[in-house]
Design a protein around this ligand. Structure first.
Ligand code: 13P
Length: 247
């Protein structure tokens, strides 16, 4: 399985920030892992142009479940694909919170993504209160069951485990806890899509940095990372790509 270093720029970045993208491409012309960056929608086209001919793939951060229509401010999966995206992040906890996205909505969006030829990067994760209450596996199991698209394969689905309390906080679960969740997800996915689950990339996300990447990538069933803040700087994201390539 080819591992995946994915970056989520969230609502950050500008045309000037494409200099970071050029630096990443120059430093990693042929990495031993896949590389993906997901900028704001306005930058998908320009970043895809910048990445043309390189190993860097570009993705969106959300799409609508419908192909077109009266949905002001929304963007369809086909529009992202036309702009040069190959992937789209769906169900990030910030969207689940800010936009009240439910598992059913995430699944509908993921199915639209697959229909448009995009890979769906489906995010799940427990809150701190849920972890403290011992509900982590129950919560992420329910989110996985409800969010992954019908007909998902290892080529069309990536799952990102992002504990909400680890995002942007500098805190992470212990390596044992990460391993427990990823092993659980692999098994649960087997029950949902069969043997293909063995080849679905399971990413860890939440305060991944150059300083903790090595140890996180050594955890069984961690097939890469979904990186927020540290994906904005070529030096940091490059170090994470290097760590994953060496894992
Ligand atoms: P940070 O890496 O900034 O914690 O963000 C993680 C994340 O939410 C990626 O989608």
């Amino acid at each position: 399985m080819q591992k995946l270093a994915a970056g989520n720029w969230k609502m950050n970045g500008s045309v000037a920030a494409l200099a970071e993208v050029r630096a990443i491409i120059a430093a990693h012309p042929s990495p031993a892992c896949d590389m993906l960056l997901c900028p704001p929608a306005t930058l998908v086209g320009p970043m895809a142009q910048t990445a043309k001919g390189s190993k860097l793939m570009v993705g969106g951060q959300d799409c609508h479940a419908k192909a077109s229509g009266a949905h002001t401010g929304d963007i369809s999966a086909a529009m992202l694909a036309e702009a040069g995206a190959t992937h789209v992040i769906l169900g990030h906890s910030e969207r689940r919170t800010d936009h009240a996205e439910t598992d059913a909505m995430v699944r509908a969006k993921a199915e639209a993504a697959l229909a448009a030829g995009l890979v769906a990067v489906v995010c799940i994760g427990e809150t701190e209160a849920e972890r403290n209450a011992g509900q982590t596996l129950a919560v992420i199991g329910r989110q996985l069951d409800g969010s992954i698209p019908a007909g998902a394969t290892a080529d069309t689905l990536v799952v990102a485990y992002e504990p909400v309390w680890a995002i942007g906080t500098g805190r992470t679960p212990t390596l044992t806890e990460i391993g427990e969740v990823h092993g659980f997800l692999r098994n649960r996915l087997k029950g949902l899509i069969g043997a293909a689950a063995m080849s679905v990339r399971l990413l860890y996300g939440g305060s991944v940095k150059p300083s903790n990447a090595d140890e996180i990538f050594a955890v069984p069933d961690v097939d890469g990372a979904l990186v927020g803040g540290a994906s904005l700087k070529a030096g940091d994201f490059g170090a994470i790509i290097a760590a994953l390539s060496a894992a």
